[in-house]
Design a protein around this ligand. Structure first.
Ligand SMILES: NC(=O)c1ccc[n+]([C@@H]2O[C@H](COP(=O)([O-])OP(=O)(O)OC[C@H]3O[C@@H](n4cnc5c(N)ncnc54)[C@H](OP(=O)(O)O)[C@@H]3O)[C@@H](O)[C@H]2O)c1
Length: 296
């Protein structure tokens, strides 16, 4: 079997088209969804993520403002900035680009964002709501994985999903989402991590494998059964002297070999990555709709 390769870029474009219509409807009611992004420092990867968020917002007609603070900004000033944004009715979503410089306590910043405006879905209140199955902004990468599965024809309902990785930003929220008795979820979920003995024993039993470990090409073909859907969240740099930059990006899955056994697979780059930014836009549009009483 050769897998169907699902392009996250294509699915993301489809969702952005839908969001554009939702933004237009909000604008008819005099509401412009707006996202505030706080960037502390000048980490090149963070700058490129923030640029993608600004571009995406513009593409769907949303307002976006990036607040740039120097790397040595005291924690108190970052908190004051978030406080101002919390109180500013113009903004429906607030995001502090992570990682923040080491002298700033990430959890303190996340906990300070108003839960209604927490479009990353990392605030403890939203994490609790997610687990309870209550409406809340869903962490963007996990939300993107779910959308890729549903729109790619591999709805997790009734399937066995094996998630490799249990971080607070990907593995745990995805497990929490997919175990809910809800549409696009209702799956049997197994979570693997470094404490798992014989990870292959679990991945071989899966209908769907999600790799989110940050280890290059650790999911090999012998770990996957014929007909499995494989979502690769990993983004890893590996040395490649033939490339101008001296490296290339690979996922956590041995793409070429696994592609020959899987029913569906996502590439890296061009898989989960483009979905993450798009789900952030969706969360911001939904925050605006929720505030206007249009959705629960
Ligand atoms: N495309 C996107 O939009 C996007 C977004 C977020 C992250 N990512 C990528 O996804 C990957 C994971 O990110 P993250 O932030 O979730 O990483 P993380 O915080 O480092 O967590 C990695 C998780 O994988 C587990 N793990 C690591 N090596 C393992 C191994 N050999 N066997 C089994 N489990 C293993 C760890 O287990 P323990 O808990 O036991 O340590 C941990 O739970 C990274 O490559 C990252 O760049 C991509």
């Amino acid at each position: 079997m050769t897998a169907q390769v699902i392009s996250g870029t294509q699915v993301a474009a489809e969702i952005r088209g839908e969001l554009k219509n939702r933004v237009a409807k909000l604008k008819e009611k005099g509401i412009t969804p707006a996202l505030a992004v706080v960037l502390v420092g000048e980490d090149p990867a963070s700058i490129s993520y923030v640029t993608a968020k600004a571009k995406g917002s513009e593409e769907i007609g949303m307002l976006e403002e990036t607040i740039r603070l120097p790397a040595d900004t005291p924690e108190e000033t970052v908190l004051q900035t978030v406080d101002k944004l919390n109180k500013d009715p113009k903004f429906h979503g607030i995001l502090v680009q992570l990682p923040v410089p080491k002298h700033i306590d990430t959890d303190k910043i996340i906990g300070f964002i108003s839960p209604e405006k927490d479009v990353d879905g990392f605030h403890p209140i939203n994490v609790g709501k997610l687990l309870r199955g209550e409406p809340c902004p869903l962490p963007c990468t996990a939300y993107g994985v779910q959308e890729l599965l549903v729109r790619g024809g591999f709805n997790p309902e009734g399937r066995h999903v094996v998630i490799c990785g249990r971080s607070n930003i990907v593995g745990k929220p995805l497990a929490g989402m997919l175990m809910q008795k809800k549409k696009g979820a209702n799956a049997t979920v197994t979570v693997c991590h470094t404490g798992t003995k014989d990870m292959a024993k679990f991945t071989k039993q899966a209908d769907i494998v999600v790799a989110a470990m940050g280890v290059p090409q650790v999911i090999t073909a012998d770990m996957i059964s014929e007909g499995t859907a494989v979502i690769d969240v990993g983004v890893n740099r590996v040395e490649d002297k033939t490339r101008e930059k001296g490296f290339r990006l690979v996922g956590d899955v041995d793409f070429e070999a696994v592609k020959e056994k899987a029913a569906m697979i996502t590439p890296v780059p061009g898989g989960v990555g483009p979905m993450t930014v798009t789900m952030l836009l969706k969360n911001t549009v939904e925050a605006a709709e929720r505030k206007a009483g249009l959705i629960e």
